[in-house]
Design a protein around this ligand. Structure first.
Ligand code: SAH
Ligand code: TMP
Ligand code: ZN
Length: 407
């Protein structure tokens, strides 16, 4: 028994994924002996409805000057964040005098650059120095710190309160969510708005996309849990907007209680979550069985193909793939290499199971019989540019929502 990271109630893990390495911890052979592993177990809190990791490695192990995730590698995500910025300008910033916008986890500046280009006072909080430097090089104000309540107080003293705070794929990374929520309550103006998006629990459960669970993702949120977490800090959920990014995400807007009207979509989504059973322990028991089936199916498929002498490679050395490969025990015997466009990953090996990561050129120069689509959340973008692979007889293997060969 352990206690909930949000409300301190007793919680019990319902599933273990076994020993897991750092999802973005791509490494060289000489670093194998020091590779770090942790027990990846998940729990659901019946009191506050929050899905969470029991153990999470220290933030400094995951976010540092060699962080491997550069947000701008996907063209689709660039377009997505431009639209996100336009929405914030239209709904919050456009009619305010000299508004101030803060982004947490601003990474290489993929979203902040739009506020900067429009002349808004902005600040990114990005602890991973290497990605932050890419943003700074474009003139985007960036502070390399971990956001917390203490930092929020310092920011207010230095810059004043914020009109808008935005975050994408970062709140689900921060274990002390109560410190962060208290920090938002301090940082926001009385009429300020917090907007954040993260992978959505409803999609993870529906699609058995268990690969969203890895060291960085200490929480997988739903509207029910977000509402309950932030209510404790006097912030009210005022709107929700489903997103297709990262295989199904939710955008949440919150504001100091009573300062904004609450959209009907909030209560509608919370009702939908109830009918999906997101508040019931049985749902998570079923999820565990679905994960076990997915693992057996994927390993079975790869072994059958290998026994017929087929060549299989992976497409996209995603953070998510670390969970799939380690949970399923899939290694270089099954998958020859994984192709990825991110230079910092190339020439290294994947965390835990040590499959070589190679450049995209290797994929086109030496196309396999089958490619496992680890970057399945970017399927549309990838299929569009990989027509030739299919035309030449190549086939895709997918494992979300079900394991199979895409014909
Ligand atoms: N927002 C980008 C990047 C997401 S990756 C996108 O959606 O594509 C998550 C980012 O959050 C990383 O760059 C990481 O360094 C940063 N991060 C992790 N913990 C943080 C914290 N406590 N405060 C601010 N940023 C944090
Ligand atoms: P993500 O799923 O966390 O966004 O990571 C996507 C990874 O996939 C990233 O390492 C870049 C890689 N990638 C490719 O190699 N080719 C592609 O076409 C796309 C879209 C991503
Ligand atoms: Zn709880």
């Amino acid at each position: 028994m352990t206690s909930c990271r949000v409300c301190n109630s007793d919680i019990q893990p319902f599933m273990s994924f076994g020993d897991m390495p750092i999802a973005n911890g791509f490494l060289m052979e000489e670093d194998y002996p020091e590779e770090f592993f942790f027990q990846m177990e998940v729990a659901f809190c019946k009191q506050c409805c929050t899905f969470q990791l029991i153990n999470q490695p220290a933030p400094e192990r995951m976010f540092h000057e060699n962080y491997a995730y550069f947000a701008s590698t996907s063209r689709y995500m660039q377009v997505h964040f431009q639209a996100f910025a336009e929405m914030i300008v239209k709904r919050i910033l456009h009619d305010r005098t000299d508004p101030f916008i803060v982004e947490l986890g601003s990474n290489d500046g993929i979203m902040l650059k739009h506020y900067k280009d429009a002349g808004y006072r902005h600040l990114g909080i990005e602890p991973s120095e290497n990605v932050a430097d890419v943003a700074r090089a474009q003139g985007i104000e960036t502070l390399s710190e971990f956001f917390s309540f203490d930092l929020a107080e310092q920011l207010v003293a230095q810059h004043g309160q914020a009109d808008a705070v935005v975050c994408a794929n970062v709140l689900c990374h921060i274990p002390d969510i109560n410190s962060v929520a208290a920090g938002f309550a301090t940082l926001l103006k009385p009429d300020g708005v917090l907007t954040f998006e993260d992978p959505y629990l409803g999609d993870v459960i529906k699609k058995t996309s268990y690969d969203q669970i890895y060291d960085e993702h200490v929480f997988i949120f739903s509207a029910t849990s977000v509402s309950s977490i932030f209510e404790r800090h006097n912030l009210e959920l005022i709107d929700v907007m489903p997103q297709i990014t990262h295989g199904g995400s939710m955008r949440y807007m919150l504001a100091p209680k009573g300062s904004h009207t609450v959209s009907h979509s909030v209560s509608k989504l919370i009702e939908t979550e109830r009918s999906q059973g997101l508040h019931r322990c049985e749902t998570y028991e079923q999820f565990r069985r679905n994960c076990e089936k997915s693992r057996a199916d994927l390993v079975g498929l790869l072994e059958t193909l290998r026994s017929c002498g087929k060549r299989i490679v992976g497409y996209g050395a995603t953070s998510k793939s670390t969970t799939v490969l380690n949970y399923c025990g899939i290694g270089p015997d099954h998958i020859e290499f994984i192709s990825d466009t991110t230079p910092i990953k190339q020439g290294k090996y994947t965390p835990g199971v040590h499959i070589p990561v190679k450049s995209y050129n290797e994929f086109t120069a030496n196309p396999p019989d089958y490619a496992v689509l680890f970057a399945w959340n970017h399927a549309a973008e990838i299929f569009e540019k990989e027509q030739k692979f299919l035309n030449d007889g190549g086939k895709w293997i997918s494992f979300v929502p079900e394991v199979g060969i895409i014909e």
